[in-house]
Write a protein that binds this ligand. Structure first.
Ligand code: ADP
Ligand code: MG
Ligand code: ZN
Length: 591
């Protein structure tokens, strides 16, 4: 029997062959499907038809998934009589109607939440104007982030006002902050405030559900968005998508799928006109793993920090979440805020809810302080695993430590201005921090400044020593940094007077980083001298830091107490404290 070019088979045979892994590729049409088998299945080519034809069961929405699962290459059949719109309609619309209907039912059964509808091929959920159910009033304690986003809303509403003068509206805004601080909430609120369509998709959704076609999803998403401009495209958990290509998978290669999706995203961002009225907002709690290409100008060039709230912020957030809760009279939200350092917005929302549940279980008419106390304990035990919540002694230690940095830092040459001291824990790593910003861009560091930095780094530990007489483990990171800096001072910058301008450390070549020995071959004697010199620098710096703090012990006490009260010191108040230190120290610190 001679093989024909085509053979018509039943739909069920087609499905069986897919499941048996025999199908190589398929072309899907509205009225027929043409497919070919893998070559190893056709032992005798002459006896086998080249192509198989089957009549699809209209609306089998599982077929694309099945094809994907068995890695069958598939595409749409060029228009026959129904045309490709028909094809598209028959394959895309039935599942859409189903999902839409389902979404509608879900929304109804939940008493009318934001009705989410899957649009087109992209999984982005579109919310019609003002339908995200969140407004700026629902977000509290992150006023700076809110103010910056307000500006974005203004861009969307009054695009002409800006473009008239030739301004370029930002394309991408990146919300950065620890989990549960309200990034997703802010993005939803901005859509409501601006009254524009809001497309939302999460980075992990891309990866989990659409392996193999992530890039086309991105394209679809932007197609949709451009058609609906002005609008907002929100990508949550951008880090899942935008992980740095450099560390994606060793030296060569990496995660192909993610990389393609990421490249498509970058291409789309470059492709759309700045003033097209599409603003891309993304959120991440791991900015450090993002591909640097994402942060370049013209992409996510605006970054907005959404940090854990301070005491006043926490009170405001509690107020938002307690709005519809019956509180008994003696419940004071400011006191509650004082007792919950380190809680993010989501933790506070959780706290209010837990307390309310407890009260309800006890058949009370209102939520009492007792309920809140019990709820705090519950939330805390959950939190302790995730992030640090400090006890009183720890808090005190951190406060003195940070003020130590600030006071010493205020006296060092070229060290910049101490902008902010905080003892609101940030993640597992940092319990508190002192933010010191340079007054201008610096490209060179003078010897004195390096010594100044080392002294400032040791200021934290020195404060702990002079107040408590012992040090905590909290200073280890500072000591690490100070020692590194001192070593570079000697071995890389050649600044040591004893050892002279010899570089003992090789500049590392990026490609082989970690594979070479960073130190030049040196004699044991020189090696010992280097170690001694580093030790001397550190010890000298430590002495200076201790001296400064001893002289300013009263101010150290006073500032630390104030910091304990407020948790964050910044602005004029902080400046006042530091000015008092600077006035007292008439002599300039020299080395
Ligand atoms: P993120 O995206 O930063 O991880 P979410 O926006 O998902 O955090 O926050 C989760 C929930 O926690 C919100 O829906 C809200 O109820 C509450 N929440 C978080 N931050 C705030 C805030 N700043 N103000 C009010 N509620 C907040
Ligand atoms: Mg989120
Ligand atoms: Zn420190």
């Amino acid at each position: 029997m001679r093989g024909t070019d085509e053979a018509t088979v039943s739909y069920s045979q087609f499905i069986n062959q897919i499941e048996a892994g025999k199908v190589a590729s398929a072309k899907l049409g509205s009225d027929r499907i043409i497919y070919v088998l893998k070559s190893e299945e056709t032992e005798d080519r002459s006896k086998q038809p080249k192509e198989y034809i089957t009549i699809p069961v209209i609306g089998d929405s599982e077929l694309p998934g099945l094809l994907r699962e068995h890695k069958v290459e598939f595409s749409a059949l060029p228009p026959s009589n129904a045309g490709w719109i028909g094809t598209l309609l028959s394959w895309i619309v039935p599942p859409l109607i189903f999902v839409g209907l389902w979404g509608w039912l879900m929304a109804r059964s939940q008493g009318g939440g934001a009705a989410a509808l899957t649009v087109g091929k992209s999984r982005a959920r579109i919310y019609s104007e003002g339908d995200t159910g969140a407004t700026f009033d629902d977000v509290a304690g992150v006023d700076e982030a809110k103010a910056e986003l307000q500006e974005i809303v203004d861009f969307l509403q009054h695009t002409a006002k800006y473009t008239r003068l030739g301004a370029k509206i930002p394309k991408g805004v990146l919300l950065v902050g620890p989990p549960g601080t309200g990034k997703t909430l802010l993005a939803k609120a901005i859509a409501t405030e601006a009254g524009v369509p809001f497309f939302s998709i999460s980075g992990s959704e891309f990866i989990e559900l659409f392996v193999g076609i992530g890039a086309s999803r991105v394209r679809d998403l932007f197609e949709q968005a451009k058609r609906q401009a002005p609008c907002i495209v929100f990508i949550d958990e951008l880090d899942a998508l935008g992980k740095s290509r450099a560390n994606a998978g060793g030296i060569i290669g990496g995660n192909d799928e993610r990389e393609q999706t990421l490249n498509q995203l970058l291409a789309e961002m470059d492709g759309f006109d700045t003033n097209a009225g599409v603003i891309l907002i993304a959120a991440t709690n791991r900015p450090e793993v993002l591909d640097p290409a994402l942060l370049r100008p013209g992409r996510f060039d605006r970054q907005i920090v959404v940090d854990r709230p301070d005491k006043i912020g926490r009170e405001a957030i509690l107020r938002v979440h307690a709005k519809n809760v019956k509180l008994s009279e003696e419940v004071a939200l400011d006191k509650l805020a004082a007792r919950t350092p380190g809680f993010a917005g989501a933790d506070l929302a959780n706290l209010v809810n837990e307390a309310t549940l407890l009260a309800a279980r006890k058949n009370r008419n209102a939520v009492t302080v007792e309920d809140f106390n019990e709820a705090i304990e519950r939330v805390l035990t959950g939190l302790e695993k995730k992030s640090r919540v400090l006890n009183d002694l720890e808090k005190k230690t951190v406060a003195y430590h940070e003020v130590g940095h600030a006071i010493v830092g205020a006296l060092m040459p070229g060290a910049g201005v101490v902008e902010k001291i905080s003892i609101v824990p940030r993640g597992v790593a940092a319990l508190g921090y002192t933010l010191q910003l340079p007054e201008e861009d610096r490209f060179l560091m003078i010897e004195d400044e390096i010594r100044g930095r080392i002294i400032t780094l040791l200021g934290g530990r020195s404060a702990e020593e002079s107040i408590f007489g012992k040090v905590s483990t909290g200073a280890s990171d500072d000591i690490q940094k100070a020692t590194d800096l001192a070593e570079r001072f000697v071995t890389l910058y050649g600044m040591s007077h004893k050892l002279g301008p010899i570089a003992f450390e090789k500049i590392q070549q990026q490609f082989l980083e970690g594979l070479t020995n960073p130190r030049r071959a040196v004699s044991p004697k020189i090696s010992e001298e280097i170690d001694l010199e580093v030790k001397e620098i550190i010890e000298g710096a430590h002495q200076i830091a201790l001296n400064i703090l001893q002289k300013n012990r009263d101010l150290l006490e006073e500032t630390a107490q104030r910091l304990l009260e407020k948790e964050i010191l910044e602005g004029e108040e902080l400046k006042e404290y530091l000015k008092r230190v600077q006035k007292r120290q008439k002599w300039k610190v020299g080395f």
